[in-house]
Design a protein around this ligand. Structure first.
Ligand code: AMP
Length: 401
């Protein structure tokens, strides 16, 4: 079966076409600047083919998806004879609230539920839904599946997801912790079990997903029992431009002192904080790590605060899980930053973690590996994430059901 995976953002569409008989990528690419001047679509045949970039007027998501279909079926690099070969489309949907604990076939009812969750993810769920509706209009017969970022964390117990606010906010407005990056945490946990040669049902794992956003997850016997992101992706770790955990009273104080509006404060916390806010250099860790530790005091401070928060979460999740078998690093920073991994794992020998500094220096992007010494009680693994593959697999499983 051929499965197309779509990740529709507000001005972009990421896509990958899988042949699920061999689990290989047939084509992939990215539509950028949807609805803006200068929109482009790039296309790669296969997983590592040469990238071709086309300029095109892409006014909305439907036109973007039509262009993707055109590239997949016409020209020298086409990979499908016709769209009839397409078995299903799987969508990344950011927020499923507490209605979905697994991926589902998209129906009118599911679309309404995704719509109901717009209040929780106003930037993400609307473009996700636009993608679903565009495919429906272009290919009304093709089955579509929703794979939610939040679903994996629906196994969290109440003590991990209830905020200490008046209970009415939970009962009436479903204000609670949901967690994100679920597809990635789930994928790397299952790969970790394979690498360790043990069933997932026997493992205690802590997975650390660090990309532009970042979250840590405590996984007991394959189930998420706590995670660092909360009601929104702002809670938890220090991120590129997001502050993560902070004293909530500061929000009131800063708004009052600087006479900020709600949207100005929202902007400050989401776009101007994190490592960018501390360093005033960049939100991209590569810029802070250049010449480390000689770049500047503030670059070092940003890296230290960023790493310290990760360490705190790992420590608290070891307590939550009552032990840990392996700590797994993934995504842009997790896979590629020996510096952050070494700062976090410095002086963790009491916990049973002994990093092999040489193995840690390797840039793992694309490869899986164990970066601990043979006598390390707790293993530290680097595992590249593959959310698209999970979406394609879930899509196929839902269709088969
Ligand atoms: P992702 O969202 O998983 O694609 O991750 C993107 C982030 O990964 C970027 O913002 C960078 O900060 C980070 N990143 C990518 N490559 C490296 C690297 N070699 N060293 C440190 N950080 C990196």
């Amino acid at each position: 079966m051929k499965v197309l995976v779509l990740n529709c953002g507000s001005s972009s569409i990421k896509y990958q076409l899988f042949d699920m008989t061999t689990t290989t990528v047939m084509a992939k690419g990215l539509v950028q600047r949807v609805g803006m001047a200068g929109s482009t679509i790039d296309y790669r045949k296969g997983d590592d083919g040469k990238k071709k970039v086309y300029e095109s007027d892409i006014l909305d998501h439907k036109i973007g998806i039509q262009k993707i279909f055109e590239l997949l079926t016409t020209g020298e690099e086409a990979v499908l004879k016709s769209l009839e070969e397409l078995g299903a489309v799987g969508h990344r949907i950011v927020h499923g609230g507490d209605k979905f604990s697994s991926s589902v076939l998209i129906t009118e009812e599911v679309k309404n539920a995704i719509r109901d969750c717009i209040v929780f993810a106003p930037l993400h769920n609307p473009p996700n839904l636009k993608g679903v509706e565009a495919v429906e209009e272009i290919l009304p017969k093709v089955k579509q599946v929703a794979v939610f970022d939040t679903a994996f964390h629906q196994t969290m117990p109440a003590e991990a997801y209830i905020y200490a606010l008046p209970y009415m906010f939970y009962e009436k407005h479903r204000i609670r912790r949901y967690g994100f990056h679920g597809t990635s945490h789930r994928y790397v946990a299952s790969r970790a079990a394979k690498l360790l040669g043990k069933p997932l049902s026997e493992l205690k794992l802590i997975t650390v997903h660090l990309g532009n956003g970042g979250s840590v997850c405590a996984i007991n016997k394959g189930k998420s029992v706590d995670t660092s992101m909360g009601h929104t992706p702002l809670e938890g770790l220090v991120m590129g431009t997001r502050c993560g955990d902070m004293d909530p009273a500061l929000i009131l104080h800063i708004m009052k002192e600087y006479e900020l509006t709600i949207s100005e404060m929202d902007n400050l916390l989401n776009k101007h904080s994190g490592v960018l806010g501390i360093s005033q250099i960049s939100s991209d860790l590569r810029d802070l790590e250049e010449d480390w530790p000689k770049k500047s005091e503030r670059a070092n401070l940003a890296l230290d605060v960023y790493s310290h928060r990760i360490k705190k979460y790992i420590g608290s999740y070891i307590a939550v899980l009552n032990g840990v078998d392996a700590i797994v690093w993934t995504a842009g920073v997790g896979e590629n930053s020996p510096i952050v991994r070494s700062i976090v794992h410095r002086e963790m020998d009491w916990l049973g973690v002994k990093l092999d500094l040489e193995k840690n220096e390797v840039t793992w992007r694309g490869a899986e590996g164990d970066i601990t010494t043979p006598d390390s009680k707790v293993k530290v693994l680097v595992i590249p994430t593959n959310e698209e593959l999970v979406i394609a697999q879930d899509t196929m499983d839902c269709i088969k059901k």
